[in-house]
Design a protein around this ligand. Structure first.
Ligand code: FA5
Length: 338
């Protein structure tokens, strides 16, 4: 009874008062719990009566507590130094940036520091920008290097509409409208009619680079790619350019980076070779410069196109490209703070 009396005399002017009440009566070391401890010593024949009293008291104290809470809320008001400690917890629903977004941003950042500005182009494209202007001759088998999703037939092949198969279409659009010196990075989504597997998808992203100016050389291309690889994957990263073929560059190369996951020891990612392909590159073919209105006698240029999923898979040690597009929060939430 004395406890009940004591409790009933409390009033709350602030959240702190309410908390003090809780500490005094309801916490682990509070008065109510002390009584429950004494309960153990009560002789068996009195346990029933004592227990009932105790439970009644508990309910009364809890009722008093809720009314104090209301009082405290009304009189106190809340501010930064006096927060409402009784508000329900706000769940931590903050999302994470998608690993492809993180990778895209990092790529733009690295090239921005080398003086490359960012450009954008359409995903739905005509045959002209995706193929013909890039020196893929009409009806030539080279077009089959990239299986294409067609949208509509045009009058002539160059007027067909399609989903772009690479970001190289933006090169042509840029050179049409801007005169050298040109130094741009173009990042975006591309589509290919390919079977989906752990390593390949029918939609993925590329980062295209284009540099056109007087006296741009293959050596500039190599230095730029090496610098990028070191910034992206660490200063010990090496690059290797393997001779290859693209209709719009001459000479052309595949870009490999040294596999920093196994450091050349041989792992599944690099298929035990110590090298992984991340993209293609080369010196812009004079035909392409010319068909975009740039004089190839005066200017030269290099271009490259890299797979962003490939880069993100290496960077974050992801073994299946499909994970990027499943939207599974268990996967995505691992990139919080990355
Ligand atoms: C091209 O797309 C050329 N446009 C690159 C280029 C640009 C060369 C400028 C010269 C000058 P390729 O088809 O090899 O090239 O693709 C480039 C990269 O895209 C590949 O190295 C790979 O990283 C990525 N890639 C290609 N196909 C897929 C796919 N199905 N899924 C995921 N990534 C892919």
């Amino acid at each position: 009874e004395s406890i009940l009396k004591e409790a009933s005399e409390w009033s709350a002017k602030s959240a702190q008062d309410v908390e003090n009440f809780r500490l005094a009566f309801l916490s682990k070391k509070g008065k109510l719990n002390q009584l429950f401890d004494e309960f153990k010593q009560v002789p068996n024949e009195k346990k029933r009566e004592f227990g009932q009293e105790l439970n009644k008291l508990k309910t009364q104290i809890e009722e008093k507590f809720s009314s104090l809470q209301e009082q405290g809320n009304e009189s106190g008001g809340h501010s930064a130094d006096r927060p409402d400690i009784f508000l329900p917890e706000v769940p931590d629903g903050l999302g994470a940036l998608h690993p492809l977004t993180l990778t895209r941003r990092r790529i733009s950042e690295i090239f921005a520091r080398m003086g490359f500005n960012s450009e954008d182009g359409p995903e739905m494209e005509t045959d002209w920008y995706n193929f013909t202007a890039l020196n893929f001759p009409e009806n030539h088998p080279a077009r089959e290097m990239q299986d294409t999703f067609f949208i509509a037939r045009g009058k002539e092949q160059k007027d067909d509409t399609l989903l772009r198969t690479h970001t190289s279409n933006v090169q042509i659009r840029l050179m049409e409208h801007q005169k050298p010196p040109l130094r741009s990075i173009m990042i975006g989504r591309v589509y290919r009619n390919e079977a989906i597997s752990a390593r390949a998808h029918c939609q993925f992203h590329q980062a295209e680079g284009l540099y056109v100016d007087k006296n741009v050389s293959f050596r500039d291309l190599k230095d730029t790619l090496l610098h990028f690889a070191k910034e992206m994957f660490g200063k010990d990263t090496k690059i290797r350019l393997r001779p290859s073929y693209f209709p719009f560059t001459e000479p052309s190369a595949e870009i490999d980076i040294s596999c920093f996951i196994c450091k050349g020891e041989g792992c599944n990612i690099c298929k035990k070779t110590g090298w992984v392909e991340i993209g293609g590159a080369g010196m812009v073919d004079p035909f392409v410069l010319e068909s975009s209105g740039i004089d190839p006698e005066e200017y030269t240029g290099f271009a490259f196109g890299m797979g962003i999923e490939r880069i993100a898979m290496l960077k974050y040690d992801i073994n299946d490209i499909r994970l990027f597009f499943d939207n599974d929060v268990r996967f995505l939430s691992q990139f919080k703070g990355a």
